[in-house]
Design a binder for this molecule. Sequence first.
Ligand SMILES: NC(=O)c1ccc[n+]([C@@H]2O[C@H](COP(=O)([O-])OP(=O)(O)OC[C@H]3O[C@@H](n4cnc5c(N)ncnc54)[C@H](OP(=O)(O)O)[C@@H]3O)[C@@H](O)[C@H]2O)c1
Length: 347
Amino acid sequence: MSRNVRVAVVGATGAVGKAMIDTLLRREFPYTDLRLLASKRSAGTVINVASRAYEVQEATPESFDGVDIALFSAGADVSLRLAPEAVARGALVIDNTSAYRMHADVPLVVPEVNPEAMWGHQGIIANPNCSTIQMLVALRPLQLAYGLKRIVVSTYQAASGAGERAIAELREQTVAFLEGREMKASVMPVSKLAKHYPLAFNVLAQIDVFADNGFTKEEMKMVHETHKILADDSLAVTPTCVRVPVVYGHAESVYVETERSFDIDQVRALLAQSPGIEVQDDPQAQLYPQPLLAAGRFEVFVGRLRQDLYTPNALSMWVVSDNILKGAAYNAVQIAELWLSREAHTA
Ligand SMILES: NC(=O)c1ccc[n+]([C@@H]2O[C@H](COP(=O)([O-])OP(=O)(O)OC[C@H]3O[C@@H](n4cnc5c(N)ncnc54)[C@H](OP(=O)(O)O)[C@@H]3O)[C@@H](O)[C@H]2O)c1
């Protein structure tokens, strides 16, 4: 790499932002300048990165002067306001929020699935929703080998998907419950009675708000983003998104119907050799993916592979991944790495 790469992390104090910084280090991303940006609230906070102290600055349009890559994860409003400013100053924006995902001129990229799409960017590349990313890493090899007709997915999504406050609140609620105290709730959905639901010792069949069709916005994201990434609007996608009291790692029960017949052992072998996947599937050894084991890892773990009992050309599987890493920070850094490798070739 011959040129200097100056990186900005927007939302650096958040769950995803902190994982971005950590991932840049773990991947030995060759940045020469690192700007840590957040809101006015945390301006002045010091974050240590590789034994060097960085002061967090308030994100403003001028923060992006001289920046090559800006990794955004500070909410959709911040991306809508500041991503165009970063692009106008010459930065490539990799956006983790939902702000631009469905824009026609913004590629929505999972490097194991549709890396080539990123080169059509006009300055912004979007990272898909965490639940969509891990599902599609697992399904892409099946799409290529057998064709996809229908997906029925139920998610078991970790608290960290709702950010730092949700993680802290789940921990506090768990302690309160075990000590026989009332659980305080302020992050998860609010009922008609204007009371937030606690997540500890609970399961909430709602992520984000409800759309008019009875699905939630999170569920509709899985439908629309899957169509865009796989370039197939005819694919039937039926999601149910559920929040569970897990800190890190989303799990998904995925039922999929394919166009062509398959052998389940061949599917297992195919997945085992596909990029970004680790197969953990051994009923005899009682081995299958689990959020606790996936936390902190970059891979998508796949197990519980079963041929359907009734429908030909259908199978079920269990897909687990760290939502903060492959579902957000690592996927974004992978995109930055692809950009970097092309820069290195054209430099
Ligand atoms: N968590 C996940 O699994 C996940 C996965 C994919 C995508 N995402 C998306 O990534 C974004 C961040 O998620 P998160 O989980 O990291 O949330 P979080 O833990 O709540 O962190 C939010 C971050 O945004 C910053 N921020 C808030 N308002 C800001 C403003 N006006 N200007 C600049 N920075 C501001 C916060 O800074 P302060 O410390 O100053 O408040 C903090 O650094 C969201 O859009 C989310 O949908 C999250």
